[in-house]
Each structure stands twice: as structure tokens, then as C-alpha cells.
Design a protein around this ligand. Structure first.
Ligand code: NIG
Ligand code: FE
Length: 419
């Protein structure tokens, strides 16, 4: 296989270049850096030139024979999508709960009765590493098929030393075996395990004293996430966990205000979290605080739909100056999907993001939410050759023809992995 990929004649090449805002999550999310009749030269895995086909012909015409040439006529080309929030490594599945919810049970009812996150925790504790790798590999393959080339993954279905480590070690192994870049997050505080019921503070102590040090010793995580929610962890407990993570070098994230308004957005701003997740019930003060602190709102419209809740106020957040990213939240309970294209569609339909904003939220801003914007999220010189060729003529069509996978080809670090 040739080491050079030369994509030519894209009807639109959306670079998502960082532009005048510099390398920070974009608050003006409408500028896609579109090049018509676009072209891209990827050499040894990295982007070496971006421009019009004519410009690149002038520069590389003499080296055409060295390259594998891709004719992108009539197609849209974008950076590989980035999913900044998943629970992709888990055991088992929970299709019966889907039925129960349609029959009237709520997400929290099921969890409080020992199902939900607790059910997946049991199945993950029981699964071998090999089983977890096998299941997660299938999900990552599906992510790739939907144009996703970078994925964040959380622990949190162990909630004890042994299984938290097992989940994180599985993620480390998947890094070696799967083309997707998997960015690991420690989420020991995902729920209060049944054996600690009513002793939430003791469980936080346990995580801080017994689990966190081993996670750091083995270098298994970059971020630290907490489920700050009424009936799970209070803002005070969440803050304690996140501050402990900060002291050892983990960057905070928060599952915030998903089911009830609980001060999660405010806490995200206070502790300097890189992102706050969900935010369906975020307060006005919380949104303002996030705009001030530059905290990224990581919004999960597929989860809202799946739980039959009203989506987060994405439009208003952008209008208030909050940078927005979007994600599948891929998990066995509230959003068992791997389709970022569907999530982009839903971001438009249920949160009123424009088609351009939805693409920014799934690429550049998503990369910023997992501190990977120096490598992925836009088509710029020096970045990884992570590219998607879509069978649509422009970015509006990508969001307009909804619920369909328009991916034609995907390259990861310049190697074709789909199509
Ligand atoms: O982001 N809300 C907490 N955690 C996940 C759901 C996990 C599960 O139900 O297994 C979420 O929605
Ligand atoms: Fe989640």
C-alpha cells in the first residue's frame, strides 16, 4: 500500500481549521473553513497540505505517481469525527430495561431497584478481559463505520479496585489492537455501588485512597468524571472526588444536571472542568458560569431522546457563548448507539444547532473536550490523517438526510480503514 494518500476534487472539503479563535474550543461554531474542489495530501500518516485541487496539483503534480489518488468528486470530506464521551467498555446488555421504561418505569427507578448501572456493573465484574475486549472491539468497529476515528472511554462499571482496573487496562489494550484512538477517563464515581449504599462519603474515600493511586501508577487515565446527580453524588462529594483527581494530575469532567437541576454546571465552572456532560436541566446561572469559565458543554441528544426527555438547551448555550461539543454517550442503558452522524442530526433537530455548528461540535470542539485538538478534529497541516469521505455533496446534506450512514471511506492516520 502506498504511504501517500492524495484526495482530489472534493465538492466540499470542510477543514474546521482553528482559525482566528486559536486552539481553543470554538464559541463561533459556524465557520467550517470550506474549500470547494478541495484536496488533501497525507504522507506517512500526517496531513502535509490542504487546499484546492489546483493548488495541490501545482505543488505535488510531479509526485502524483507516488500517491494513491482518491477521486472525491461530488463528495464531502471532513476530519474524522471525535466522540468525547462514551462508556464503550462494558459487559452484557440491558434490552429488558428498554422495554421496562416503555412500560412506565423511570431510569432512576430501575437503578434504585438494583438494575441500570448496577446491572452492568455485575456483568462487567463477571466478564473476563478477553470478553470485554471482544465486545468493545465490535462497538469500536461500528464507530469507525460511522466515521468516528477518536473516542473517549470511561471506566465506572467496576466501582471496585479490581474491575475499575480491568476496564481501564482493556482500554489500554484496545489502543494497541484497534485503529481508533481511545482516550481513557477514570469514572469510579459513576454510581454508589450497592455494598456502599448510604455510605457515599466512605465510597469516595475508598476511591481516593485505594483506587486513584493505582490508576495513576499504571498511567491508565487522563480525565476524571463523576455522576453528580440527586440520589447519586452531591455537588460536595463530586467536588471532593474531582479535586483529589486534580491533585494527582487528572482533568475533571462532570455528568451534570442530567435528571434534575443540581448545581452540576456551576460546579463544573468552579472546579475548572474541561467539560460538563448532559446538562438537560442546567440552570441559567450554571450556563452563565460555564460561559465565563470556558467550560465545554458536552451535549448528548441521543440520550435525551432515548430517555424520552427534552434535549439540553444547545441553541441557548451557544448564543450565551458556551462552546458546545456533542457525543453518543454510548452506553448500555441510556444510549446504546455508536452513530455520531445520528447525534449530529439530532443536535440540529432537537437542540436547533445549525448544520455547521453540529459538525463543529462533532469534530473540533469534541477534540477540545478531550484535549486532543493538537492531533485531531480538523484538517490542518501537521495533524493526523484522520479523514472521512461522505457520499453527500455538502455539509448541509449530511445533516438533512437524517438517520442514514453516508460514510463512503475512512482513513485513520493515512490508512484506509473503511470503504
Ligand atoms: O451518561 N448517567 C450516568 N451514566 C450514563 C449511563 C450509564 C448506564 O445507564 O449504564 C450516562 O447516561
Ligand atoms: Fe455518560
Amino acid at each position: 500500500m502506498k504511504k501517500i494518500i492524495w484526495i482530489k476534487h472534493a465538492s466540499q472539503l470542510a477543514t474546521l481549521a482553528s482559525g482566528k479563535q486559536g486552539p481553543r474550543a470554538k464559541t463561533d461554531m459556524s465557520e467550517l473553513g470550506i474549500i470547494e474542489d478541495g484536496s488533501l495530501w497525507i504522507e506517512n500518516g500526517y496531513i502535509q497540505a490542504v487546499g484546492t485541487t489546483r493548488e495541490l496539483e501545482g505543488k505535488y503534480g510531479e509526485r502524483a505517481e507516488e500517491a494513491e489518488i482518491v477521486d472525491a468528486s461530488g463528495c464531502l470530506v471532513t476530519p474524522g469525527l471525535v466522540d468525547p464521551h462514551t462508556h464503550v467498555v462494558y459487559g452484557g446488555s440491558r434490552e429488558r430495561e428498554f422495554e421496562m421504561r416503555l412500560e412506565g418505569a423511570t431510569y432512576m427507578d430501575i437503578m434504585n431497584a438494583g438494575g441500570g448501572i448496577h446491572a452492568t456493573t455485575r456483568m462487567t465484574r463477571d466478564a473476563s478481559e478477553a470478553e470485554l475486549i471482544e465486545q468493545a472491539t465490535r462497538r469500536l468497529d461500528s464507530f469507525l463505520a460511522h466515521g468516528v476515528t477518536t473516542v473517549e472511554g470511561k471506566s465506572g462499571y467496576g466501582m471496585n479496585l479490581e474491575t475499575e482496573l480491568k476496564q481501564l487496562r482493556v482500554m489500554k489494550k484496545l489502543q494497541e489492537t484497534h485503529p481508533i484512538d481511545l482516550v481513557p477517563t477514570f469514572m469510579g464515581a459513576h454510581a454508589v455501588p450497592l455494598e456502599y449504599k448510604g455510605r457515599e462519603d466512605e465510597f469516595i474515600d475508598y476511591l481516593i485512597e485505594n483506587v486513584l493511586p493505582v490508576v495513576m501508577e499504571e498511567g491508565l487515565a487522563v480525565f476524571n468524571d463523576v455522576f453528580c446527580e440527586k440520589g447519586v453524588f452531591t455537588p460536595e462529594q463530586s467536588e471532593r472526588m474531582l479535586e483529589a483527581g486534580k491533585r494527582v494530575g487528572l482533568i475533571p469532567k462532570i455528568h451534570a444536571d442530567e435528571i434534575e437541576s443540581y448545581g452540576g454546571a456551576e460546579l463544573a465552572a468552579k472546579v475548572g472542568a474541561i467539560s460538563a456532560e448532559h446538562l438537560l436541566k442546567a440552570s441559567e446561572e450554571g450556563i452563565q458560569a460555564m460561559a465565563k469559565s470556558g467550560t465545554i458543554a458536552c451535549l448528548l441528544p441521543a440520550t435525551a431522546l432515548y430517555l424520552r426527555e427534552e434535549a439540553a438547551a444547545g441553541r441557548r448555550m451557544i448564543d450565551e457563548g458556551v462552546p458546545v461539543a456533542i457525543s453518543t454517550d454510548c452506553n448500555p442503558g441510556s444510549s446504546p448507539t455508536t452513530s455520531m452522524p445520528l447525534v449530529m442530526n439530532l443536535a440540529c433537530i432537537s437542540m436547533r444547532l445549525t448544520p455547521a455548528e453540529a459538525l463543529t461540535a462533532a469534530t473540533y470542539n469534541a477534540a477540545c473536550a478531550i484535549k486532543s485538538e493538537d492531533k485531531v478534529g480538523s484538517l490542518e497541516i501537521g495533524k493526523q490523517g484522520d479523514v472521512v469521505l461522505w457520499d453527500v455533496k455538502n455539509y448541509q446534506e449530511l445533516q438533512y438526510l437524517f438517520g442514514v450512514n453516508h460514510v463512503k471511506s475512512v482513513w485513520k492516520k493515512g490508512v484506509q480503514v473503511v470503504g
